[in-house]
Each structure stands twice: as C-alpha cells, then as structure tokens.
Design a protein around this ligand. Structure first.
Ligand code: FBP
Length: 547
C-alpha cells in the first residue's frame, strides 16, 4: 500500500499517556454510584450492574502475574478520528499484562459479532494503523445489538474464541446496548465482560465523568480549517453568503465549537432555537436582518453555520416530524407503494391541519427528505436533509420581498456547503491520538480488574497528558428513562448544548459583534509536529467547560 510522507512520519508518533498507565496498574474503587435520574427504574432493569463504584487506576508497585486474556473489539456507528488508536491502546494494554493475550476484531460493527465474522489483530496489523484516521482496520456498522437472540448468537463465537471481554467503541446508543449486554451476560453467568468506549464526532456523549467523546476534537479542527478558508475567500471576493451545514446529528456542539474557532457572522444553535420556541420564519427573519445590515455597510457577503439537526429543534417542525414518524412507522409499506410524485399530496392529506400546513409550506426537496427511511435507532437521517438550501432559499424570498418594500438595497448570492464526512476519518489530532490510545489502554485495565458494564474514562484532559486520570464509569450511572419508539427505555442521557454553559455564553457574548464586523479567524490545518501550543490545544469547548 502506498503511503503519504505524513502517514509514514505519523506512524512513529508515540501517544502521550497518563503517569498511571506508564507501568503496572491497580484499580482503586471509589464511591458507589446512582443513575442520573429514574434510579428505581434503572436499578430494577440492571440488578447486576447498577450502583457499582467509580474506578480510578493507580500505579501498582507490586504487580501480580495476570493470566493471558483473549479480548474482542467492535467499532460501532459513525467513524470518528482515533478509533484505530483505541484498538492500539487496547492491544498494547492486554499484551503488557501478558504477552500471550490475543485481540480479535469483529468485522463491520456489531453485525460481525452476530454473524461470526472477525479477524485476529496481530502486532503487524496494529502497527499498520497506529495514529491513522478511519475505522477500516475492521470496519464499522450500525446494526443494533439489542435482542437476547443476538446476545446468545454473539456468545457462541465469544466462547469459541475463548474471549473474556468485549470492548464496544460507540456513541450513546451503542454504549447503552453494551450495558444491556453486560447485564445479560452477567445475569446468565456467561463469563464475558463488556466494556464501552465513548466515541462520536458529535460530542454529545459527555457528562461529569466523560469529558468528551473522541473524534470531536479532530473533526471540529478539520471543519474549522475549511470554514476559515471559506471565510478568507468570502472576505476576498466579497460577493457571496456561504451557508455551511455541519454534522452533529441532534446536538449543536460541532457548530458551537467551530463558531468559537472561526468567528463567523451567524451561527445557529439548535438548542437555543428550541428554548426560545423560534419558528422557521423567526430564524429566516434573523438571518435576513443580518444580511440587510451588512449590506447597508457595503458588505454583501458573510458566513453562516447551521447545525445539521436544526429542523428537529424548531418546535413546530419537531411536532411535524413526530407525527410523520408515527404515521410512517404504521404505514411504511403503504407509503412506499405510492409513486414518488404522489407522496407529498398523500402525506398532506394524512396529517393534522397544523402539521399538514407546515409540510405543504416546505420546499419540495426538504419535504421529501423528511419522509426518507429512519436509521436503525429510529432517528430521521438529518445528514440527508439540505437545511442549508432550505434556509438560503427562504432568506432569498424574504429579501426579495424587502427589496420590493424598499427596506433591502443590497445583493444576496448564496453558496452551500455541507461538512461532515470530510472530518470523520481525518488523521487524529495529537489530542485524539493521545486520548484514544489512553481510552483503549484503560479498557484493558478495566478488563484485567474483572470489571463489566463500565465505560473507559480518561479525565483532566486539558492538562498535559501525563496528568490525565484513567478510570472507569459504570454505564448505568449515565442512564435515565426516555421514550423511544413509543416505549420508555433506559438510555444514556444525550448531552445537548447547555445554554447556561460556558461555551455557549462565550459565543453569545460575541455573536452580535461578529455578525456586523468581519472578525473571521483562520485556524489553518491540524498540525502534528511542532510547538505544543500549535499541536496539542484541546477544543475551545473543553477549555471553557473546565475553566
Ligand atoms: P455516531 O453518533 O454513530 O458517532 O455518528 C455520528 C454521525 O457522523 C452524525 O454526525 C451524522 O448525522 C451521522 O453519523 C451520519 O450517519 P451515516 O454515517 O450513517 O451516514
């Protein structure tokens, strides 16, 4: 395989690790824990894994010999930079405990466990992938691991390979399922531990114990680089408004972080839209007002960031999506049997008056996108909805009306971008390379300590890496009950942007200035070699949260 010069140089990078992980470790159990809410319900559903203590790893000066262990690993869900380093850390960790330990990777996500497709990950394979982006070492997938049939099928191969523990690297849904699996295997005495690792570029798997999910740092830096480049182009040509949609599914953490890094003219934060009960027209009016004000100052250009989940947070559209979800869940086959040209009219005729009116007012393309297949977790596939075009089209209409009325005298020409997939497989930044390696290594320590139903955790990550704290958090601690597909389910609480949190407040204090002035910041590409302030800086979000 031909490699780029950077790939070759980067392969030699040695991730920085916490002091505690630099030799033999022992687990120190902390206080017993409780779930963040709905304690009685969660305890009832997880009698074997509820209430376990927090764990911290410390240096062990009198290590005992540990038997070799076979471990399985799964990458679940969307790609996120650093996944290969989690696996490398896990591999090095189990080998440090006993050279005879073995690691098996299940192919293409949870499906590999159910279908018994796997490969043994030997040292030469691991070395090929150290510090690289992507999940291609074993692939990933979105199959949900949720039924006892799947768990039992998985157990067959785990037993066949004499696997003592399974590490599931995934987001909130995958880690919830990992915990259900841990509970089940413990309940039936299967003798297989299950450990989770917090992955997702979306940044929405975090809480008091999990500072951030891996991949968020690198993905935001990649997007901020290109947003900065666009801003500079925008400020050079001075003739376009750039509407940039950013991945992140529901939460707006990516949009907020990129706004803090690049200081665009407008950034929409979905959580604020919902809290203020804004309508689509309110959002359009706000954007058009900034466009008009900038035009008055002779600036017919600007940059707007839009979180991909926005439309689900506009309360009226959320109600529409809820009704659409219910309708499509019950009448999927009937709906699919209707010709595409008839589908819009069909939906309009089936919805309640309020929702039908909103649906009818949406541009054709967006209306159709709202009826496309849901993902396996039942979510609308927001990355397929062209919100950036929806907004610019409606802003253009509003400005045309204002022009007729004589209140807008400028020009408005829009360009559209969507940044998502470009950032998910980038070579991990130093932060993600170090963080991921430590998460994987910590997972091996949790396994060696006999833990199950835990998520690997590495904290204090705004400090230099040797001061980071490695440990484990019982997954049940992060859970609450939420309605999913009409039923109450135990799930890890998703972290949305907090409007009283430091990152949002820092943005809100500056956004009016950024709207009217041109205060763009150009972060440039991720640097892998060079001074620490250029190469190792964590996200602004994390720095502000930990002030
Ligand atoms: P995860 O939550 O699985 O990490 O996925 C994140 C994400 O990149 C979202 O930001 C995006 O909406 C979605 O995946 C896209 O899904 P797909 O890769 O299936 O197109």
């Amino acid at each position: 395989m031909t490699k780029s010069a950077l790939q070759i140089a980067r392969a030699a990078y040695r991730p920085k690790v916490p002091v505690a992980l630099q030799g033999a470790v022992k687990a120190a159990d902390g206080k017993n824990t409780q779930s963040v809410a709905d304690q009685a319900d969660i305890e009832k559903l997880f009698p074997y894994t509820y209430g376990m203590p927090l764990v911290t790893f410390e240096k062990d000066n009198n290590p005992k010999a540990v038997a070799a262990m076979n471990v399985g690993v799964i990458l679940s869900g969307g790609q996120a930079p650093g996944g290969h380093n989690v696996i490398a850390g896990l591999f090095d960790g189990i080998k440090a405990v006993n050279r005879a330990s073995r690691l098996y990777g299940f192919i293409l996500g949870p499906a590999g466990l159910i279908e018994h497709t796997y490969r043994e990950l030997t040292a030469d394979i691991i070395d090929e992938y150290r510090n690289t982006g992507g999940f291609d070492m074993i692939g990933s997938g979105r199959t949900k691991l949720e039924t006892t049939e799947q768990f039992d099928k998985g157990l067959e191969i785990l037993k066949q390979l004499d696997i003592k523990a399974l590490v599931i690297i995934g987001g909130d849904d995958s880690n919830t399922n990992a915990c259900v699996l841990a509970e089940y295997y413990k309940a039936i005495g299967a003798g297989v531990q299950v450990i989770g690792c917090p992955k997702t570029i979306d940044g929405d798997l975090k809480n008091e114990q999990i500072e951030t999910s891996f991949g968020f740092d690198t993905a935001c830096k990649v997007y901020s680089e290109v947003i900065g480049n666009i801003e500079r182009d925008c400020n050079s040509a001075r003739k376009y408004w750039h509407f940039i949609k950013l991945m992140g599914r529901s939460a707006s953490h990516i949009a907020l972080e990129c706004a803090l890094q690049t200081q665009p003219n407008i950034s929409i934060i979905s959580e604020e839209v919902e809290a203020k009960n804004l309508s689509l027209d309110d959002i359009i009016t706000d954007i058009a007002t900034v466009v008009a004000k900038r035009a008055d100052a002779g600036n017919n250009f600007g940059t707007i960031l839009i979180p991909e989940g926005l439309i689900e947070f506009i309360p009226a559209i959320k109600r529409l999506i809820t009704e659409l979800n219910d309708y499509l869940a019950k009448h999927d086959a009937e709906f699919k049997a209707i010709g595409q040209s008839e589908q819009r009219a069909h939906i309009i005729s089936k919805l309640t008056k309020e929702n039908s009116d909103i649906y009818a007012s949406l541009p054709e393309g967006v209306a159709r996108q709202l009826t496309l297949d849901r993902d396996p977790h039942g979510n609308v596939q927001v990355s397929l909805i062209e919100t950036e075009k929806l907004l610019s089209e409606m802003v253009a209409r509003k400005l045309a009306q204002w022009k007729k009325e004589g209140t807008f005298k400028g020009k408005f020409s829009a360009l559209h971008h969507f940044f998502g997939y470009e950032g998910r497989c980038a070579a991990p930044s130093n932060y993600d390379a170090d963080y991921c390696y430590s998460l994987g290594y910590t997972a091996s320590c949790l396994i060696a300590s006999g833990k199950t139903g835990y998520m690997s955790s590495v904290r204090n990550t705004t400090a230099p890496a040797d001061h980071w704290i490695a440990g484990g958090i019982p997954v049940t601690m992060m859970m609450n009950m939420e309605k999913r597909h009409g039923e109450m389910k135990p799930v890890i609480r998703k972290a949305l942007v907090e409007l009283d949190g430091a990152p949002f407040k820092a943005f809100a204090a500056k956004r009016e200035e950024w709207a009217l002035t041109t205060s763009y910041v150009y972060p440039g590409p991720i640097q892998y070699f060079g001074p620490t302030e250029v190469c190792d800086e964590p996200t602004k979000t994390l720095q502000l949260e930990r002030l």
